[in-house]
Design a protein around this ligand. Structure first.
Ligand SMILES: [Zn+2]
Length: 534
């Protein structure tokens, strides 16, 4: 394939919103007229990208494009799980986009994403391995093939994470240009300092890892990606295309112009942004301006790295201070909130870490009598969650022989406990400006669910431990008070009881429009998505 190669990547992600007892999403008033934000953003972005309109000069529709066929993308497992059940037609277009790109390029457009979108450098080694294994199992179950690339949450990276990716068979990831520390040619020691200004982002780089392993890293075009996100480049399709094709031509037929964008930019942040994207993709697809569309995996197969890179440890794409945004008062996210601080981030991180450490201890101690290898069971559990392995086959492979029914029940409970404990580390809990937001409260709710499952399997109540940290934190909103207040008023009441299960079941039915009504039908579809796709 010749021409100036172009790859547009979309990172599609929503914070986990499930109620951990019902495993369903309750209504979120701020998302009106949609029931909750997954549904709203699906209607505004994910569905429009799946059926993006291309118009002629008279405004008549000349094509309905599935953008997922022509752009590189990753969706998180938790978001795809929701989409599979609540927006199945959009979900089908996503899968179809990967399949047709695989047929066209020999490599599919989809790449995997860290399972719970945790900040990998801040995770324990066991959690890192579980998050990667679960992500790859989920990808394989959905796309019917192994993932070649993987999107690291917030592009947060350290060498250990890259090594675990390489060990799991992942061939590449994508980072921001400022995450490169120094570069050299392969097999030479001409290391020179790298920065955003001098880094050649048009070729993949090799990161050398212990024991001879390696992984390729792409750096996206920073200014162009910024322009899509913040400078209104999507307002006009021809302006967007002009910029893309002009930049691609600067490579003179060599290298790859790649940009990384939040997928929600198209349609949700910028109304009709999906139409600008579809226009640019259609021009590139037609080979206009000598541009040739490709994806990361296809390019890598033809262009193995000629240069090496050493990365900045514990760096990310959305915090200039490394990974401090997810554990400290670094200043990110409150630029527009004079007088606010993020001193709550440290206690939230420390509290959840303390809970997870105790949960791991409980899991490993009790797991000795239940699993052939407790760590291997945890790593392998993602294959059950994804549907790759039947529970019975998993139990036969990982449980000790001749467990009593009550022991089997405990073995499953411990794995579910770990699932919710991992969920509590989804990066969005720390990303925004306050402890009182729904994301940190959801993280604490997931931890509560994990703690409750721990208690049911003989662990002590970890609430005092968690509150010894989180209780110290305070919201910037005096009306919301301390972490202790938020826990008491917002989190603890969600704890399961017979009454709350009944109440939640009713809310669940109401949210899905399945409450019995005289003469009423039943519907479980994503309203917004279906109307957008009609
Ligand atoms: Zn920061």
């Amino acid at each position: 394939m010749t021409g100036n190669k172009l790859c547009i990547h979309g990172h599609f992600y929503q914070p986990p919103r499930e109620d951990p007892w019902m495993d369903t999403i309750f209504p979120e008033g701020s998302a009106a007229p949609a029931t909750h934000w997954n549904e709203r953003i699906c209607a505004e972005s994910y569905a429009p990208l799946a059926w993006a309109r291309r118009l002629d000069d008279q405004g008549r529709i000349i094509e309905i494009m599935n953008c997922y066929e022509y752009m590189s993308f990753n969706f998180g497992p938790t978001l795809l799980t929701w989409m599979e059940h609540q927006a199945p037609d959009v979900y089908a277009r996503v899968l179809e986009g990967d399949r047709s790109s695989l047929a066209r390029l020999g490599h599919g457009n989809a790449i995997a994403q860290i399972y719970h979108h945790v900040i990998m450098p801040l995770a324990t080694d066991l959690d890192k391995r579980a998050e990667i294994a679960w992500a790859l199992a989920d990808f394989e179950a959905r796309f019917g093939r192994g993932a070649e690339g993987l999107w690291l949450s917030e592009a947060a990276v350290d060498t250990r994470t890259l090594d675990l990716l390489a060990q799991a068979g992942v061939r590449f990831t994508i980072l921001a240009p400022r995450q490169a520390r120094e570069v050299a040619d392969v097999a030479q020691n001409n290391w020179t300092a790298a920065n955003e200004g001098n880094l050649d982002i048009r070729e993949p780089y090799l990161v050398e890892l212990p024991e001879g392993r390696s992984i390729a890293v792409y750096f996206y075009d920073g200014p162009l990606s910024q322009a899509v996100a913040f400078e209104g480049l999507l307002r006009h399709g021809d302006v967007f295309w002009g910029r893309l094709s002009g930049m691609a031509a600067q490579g003179g037929g060599k290298g790859l112009l790649a940009l990384a964008t939040d997928g929600e930019t198209y349609g949700h942040h910028f109304k009709f942004g999906e139409m600008a994207l579809a226009f640019a993709l259609s021009q590139a697809r037609a080979g206009e301006q000598n541009v040739a569309l490709t994806n990361y995996a296809a390019y890598l197969a033809e262009n193995p790295p000629k240069r090496r890179v050493r990365i900045h440890e514990n760096s990310s794409w959305s915090c200039a201070h490394g990974v401090e945004r997810w554990r400290a008062d670094c200043g990110c996210a409150t630029e527009h909130r004079p007088g606010w601080n993020q001193r709550w981030r440290g206690p939230l991180r420390d509290g959840l870490n303390a809970v997870k450490a105790r949960i791991d201890q409980h899991y490993l101690a009790l797991g000795q009598s239940l699993y052939a290898d407790a760590e291997a069971a945890l790593i392998g559990y993602g294959r059950v969650l994804s549907g790759l392995d039947e529970p019975e086959a998993f139990a036969a492979a990982h449980f000790k022989p001749k467990l009593a029914p009550a022991q089997k029940d405990t073995a499953w409970k411990l794995l579910t406990m770990q699932k919710w404990a991992l969920s509590s580390f989804a990066s969005c809990a720390w990303f925004f400006d306050d402890l009182g937001r729904i994301e940190p409260l959801n993280a604490l709710t997931f931890a509560l669910r994990a703690m409750q499952l721990g208690q049911r399997t003989g662990m002590e109540d970890l609430e005092p431990l968690l509150l010894s940290y989180v209780g110290q934190a305070t919201s910037n909103d005096p009306a919301l008070g301390s972490g202790h207040d938020l826990w008491t008023h917002e989190v603890r009441p969600r704890r399961e009881s017979t009454e709350t299960i009944l109440a939640q079941a009713l809310i669940h039915l109401w949210a899905e429009g399945r409450l019995p009504a005289p003469g009423g039908g039943a519907s479980v579809h994503c309203r917004g998505c279906r109307s957008a796709s009609a």
